[in-house]
Design a protein around this ligand. Structure first.
Ligand SMILES: Cc1ncc(COP(=O)(O)O)c(C=O)c1O
Length: 379
């Protein structure tokens, strides 16, 4: 089966482990194991696990874990949850379960590339719903309705949105679900960044709480800072979960039971984890906002949620050349817009430690100043 190269994963993989100041990462500062166990008050966790036999464990994820995950939703029970290998595994399983050749799949664009490339590789006719700065990077429902045809199987959205940090509110989310219901289609809402709101009055419901036709995917990597567990999940109607489970038998059997136990522990301390992480992203967002206010070569639609923002730059350099030079000259890592097939933009991740963000932005400033002095910018 042919599949397009996953541009952002290739670029990240090429540089992320050797760079000094990583402002490209999307996870909120991942925990060390020690920090996580002390936050949850379970320092003896591994000692207690010594008697556990290393079997396959529960196939769809332990009841304890699925119960904890169901509590993140208004209307769901553990039977509505299926644990997967990261949100990436969860999304893949939804595509693998639902999409057949010649189906129409509508996906927002720009987006995490998996959200449109997997459906394409499965033989679907993928239609892109372009987001624009003028619409604050939010989907336009009239344009969405215009893309629906009688083979539409799936509408794919991502809320909060990577890379722009836009947030679809309850009203818009309901309209998108209504369009899917009328078309007899499903909505896949990738909610990997759910819970990370910059403004404390903001929040958004899960699509899975709004419609039987909506399937939400979630991640332990971003808002929960447990990236190394490589766990995510699917939330949806029991019928969809059962179909996904049938397909999952061929890809997963089960996830690791130690990972499952750590994830279940995290679910008992969701409030503490959110409190830690909201503090990080809100402080960092302020620093980033100040940087952009003071920097005429950079502009943005301020991100409202998640841990990433999409910055427009005014320099006569391709985004890839800019990012590679920034790495080589300043040891600072951003993602080029070209990884999202959007020239003229850069993605920044601001979930990192505050001192890394501050240092990285200061080096980025030096880089921009050097280019300003050379007169190679057109602004
Ligand atoms: C929108 C989106 N979905 C899924 C993923 C994959 O996340 P996970 O680490 O849970 O597999 C990412 C990672 O960057 C992402 O940004």
């Amino acid at each position: 089966m042919k599949v397009d190269t996953f541009l952002v994963e290739r670029f990240m993989d090429a540089y992320e482990n050797n760079v000094e100041l990583n402002l490209a990462e999307t996870c909120v500062d991942p925990f060390t194991l020690g920090e996580f166990l002390s936050l949850t008050g379970r320092e003896a966790f591994f000692e207690e696990l010594k008697g556990v036999q290393l079997t396959y464990g529960s196939i769809e994820g332990s009841l304890d874990l699925r119960r904890g995950l169901a509590n993140l939703y208004e209307t769901l029970t553990p039977e509505n949850i299926l644990v997967a290998g990261g949100a990436i595994g969860a999304n893949f399983l939804v595509f693998y379960t639902l999409v057949e050749p010649q189906d129409t799949v509508i996906s927002i664009f720009p987006a995490y590339q998996q959200l449109y490339s997997v459906a394409k590789s499965l033989g679907a006719n993928v239609k892109l719903l372009s987001l624009s700065e003028d619409d604050k990077w939010l989907p336009d429902v009239d344009r969405l309705a215009g893309l629906i045809d009688d083979r539409t199987r799936l509408i794919v959205i991502n809320n909060p949105h990577n890379p722009t940090g836009s947030l679809i509110d309850a009203g818009l989310l309901k309209k998108i679900c209504a369009i899917a219901e009328e078309a007899g289609a499903y909505v896949l809402c990738d909610e990997s960044y759910r819970g990370l709101y910059i403004n404390q009055n903001d929040s958004a419901p899960s699509a899975a709480d709004l419609s039987e036709n909506a399937i939400a995917t979630g991640s332990f990597s971003k808002a929960f800072s447990l990236t190394g567990l490589r766990l995510g999940w699917i939330a949806g109607s029991q019928q969809i979960i059962e179909e996904c489970r049938r397909h999952r038998d061929y890809t997963t059997i089960s996830n690791g039971l130690i990972d499952d136990a750590l994830a279940a522990l995290a679910m008992k301390h969701v409030d503490r984890i959110y409190a830690r992480n909201l503090k990080i992203i809100r402080a960092n967002h302020q620093i980033l906002s100040r940087f952009i206010e003071d920097e005429p070569l950079i502009s943005w639609v301020p991100s409202r949620a998640g841990s990433t923002a999409f910055l427009r730059y005014n320099l006569e350099l391709s985004s890839e050349e800019l990012c590679v030079r920034l790495i080589k000259e300043k040891g600072t890592f951003l993602v080029p817009g070209s990884c999202f097939e959007m020239e003229g933009y850069l993605r920044i991740g601001y979930g990192c430690k505050t001192e890394i963000l501050e240092k990285g932005l200061s080096r980025f400033k030096d880089f921009l100043n050097a280019h300003r002095q050379l007169g190679v910018c057109d602004g």
